[in-house]
Design a protein around this ligand. Structure first.
Ligand SMILES: *Cc1c(COP(=O)(O)O)cnc(C)c1O
Length: 364
């Protein structure tokens, strides 16, 4: 059986170091916002190349706190890709703002800068960019559009830790950026975790306070905040795993490049490799086929686990009845056709070859 993602194996590679990190936290007597937390925030900011990073409880909170820190007027609209994971859209509506969904570029599955102008209204205040499937969006064009129209830019980097554009990493291409450390992400904790990165000292201060009861000084509350802190244990675990992130991302690139070179089946569209290989960290390797169900059961019979990211677009979810009237044909066809092949830095060369052979043997 080839798993879609062998999380246990991923973490067991670092068993001794992780056990030691957990023991250090236990012995320290500090369990929230202590030394491990401070050190991880510094190391993660250094990794992203940003001046500041603030750990929070999860990726959705990271997005919400990032949006809150912008202090937007109450009836603001925020542009977001229509084909994202629902968290990106939820963050906007949970903050009381209106998500404006935009169709992606089919070649990259990311926001299409050409389609931003048609989504713009006098109420538009920000663009929430998602680096979907681990591929950096076209930040140069998106930032140029944002600058021209006086919009904030937020990056959702939950799937793209370490991806870079022109030598500068994601999280460093916007006013404020959100990360998730959900176990299955490229940088994953042993539980929930998230972070917000920014180069703006004012935003850094606000985020730190908003995620800690709106407080800098214990029992003094400047704003109505929330409790969303990255705990010591997860911070210590993430410090271990951060050291291996680049190595794992490179393994993912090699798997993606092998798939791209060897998968040749007329029923299947594979993702285009980016011009700069460092701009993708391949959180997911997503192929497209009108025969998705048949392919998935064919692979299942060959002992290969696949998943679908994602089967239902946000605007067709019951939770978003108010968006159901939207017609987003590109997004809708993507959601009907996508299938994610195994993508895991612990896959062996033989595993990758087996996936290739099984995909190439598929016919109807
Ligand atoms: C995982 C994910 C999130 C949310 O992260 P959590 O830690 O699960 O809250 C947000 N956006 C995208 C694109 C994601 O993939």
């Amino acid at each position: 059986m080839i798993k879609f993602l062998n999380l246990k194996e991923i973490n067991l590679r670092h068993r001794d170091e992780l056990m030691q990190a957990m023991a250090d936290v236990l012995d320290s007597g500090f369990y929230v916002r202590g030394q491990q937390y401070k050190a991880f925030c510094e190391e993660f900011a250094a990794y992203c190349g940003t001046d500041h990073a603030v750990g929070v409880a999860n990726g959705l909170d990271a997005l919400e706190v990032a949006i809150q820190a912008l202090d937007l007027p109450p009836d603001s609209e925020i542009i977001v890709p229509a084909n994202t994971y629902i968290a990106s859209v939820l963050a906007i509506s949970n903050c009381g703002f209106t998500p404006v969904l935009v169709e992606p570029d089919e070649k990259t599955y990311n926001l299409d800068p050409e389609k931003l102008a048609q989504a713009l209204t006098p109420k538009t205040k920000a663009i929430l960019v998602v680096h979907l499937y681990g591929r950096a969006a076209d930040m140069v064009a998106i930032n140029a559009f944002a600058k021209k129209n006086d919009l904030f830019v937020i990056e959702d980097c939950a799937q793209a830790h370490g991806a870079e554009i022109d030598g500068r990493r994601v999280g460093n291409w916007s006013d404020i950026a959100a990360f998730s450390f959900y176990p299955g992400k490229n940088l994953g904790a042993l539980g929930d975790g998230g972070a917000i990165a920014t180069n703006n000292p004012e935003f850094a201060r606000k985020i730190s306070s908003l995620s800690n009861y709106g407080s800098f000084q214990k029992y003094v509350n400047e704003v109505k905040g929330r409790n969303s802190r990255l705990d010591e244990l997860q911070a210590a675990i993430l410090r271990v795993k951060l050291k291996y992130l680049d190595e794992d991302n490179e393994k993912r690139r090699i798997i993606a490049e092998t798939y791209a070179k060897k998968i040749s089946n007329p029923l299947i569209t594979i993702p285009q490799l980016p011009d700069n290989r460092l701009s993708a960290v391949w959180h997911l390797y997503v192929i497209r086929t009108p025969e998705r169900e048949a392919l998935q059961s064919h692979l299942d019979q060959a002992g290969i686990q696949t998943l679908c990211h994602y089967p239902i677009p946000p605007h067709q979810q019951k939770a978003y009845a108010e968006l159901l009237h939207l017609s987003l044909p590109l997004t809708e066809s993507i959601h009907q056709e996508v299938l994610s092949l195994p993508m895991d830095p612990t896959m062996t060369h033989e595993d990758v070859e087996s996936v290739v052979d099984a995909v190439n043997a598929f016919k109807i």
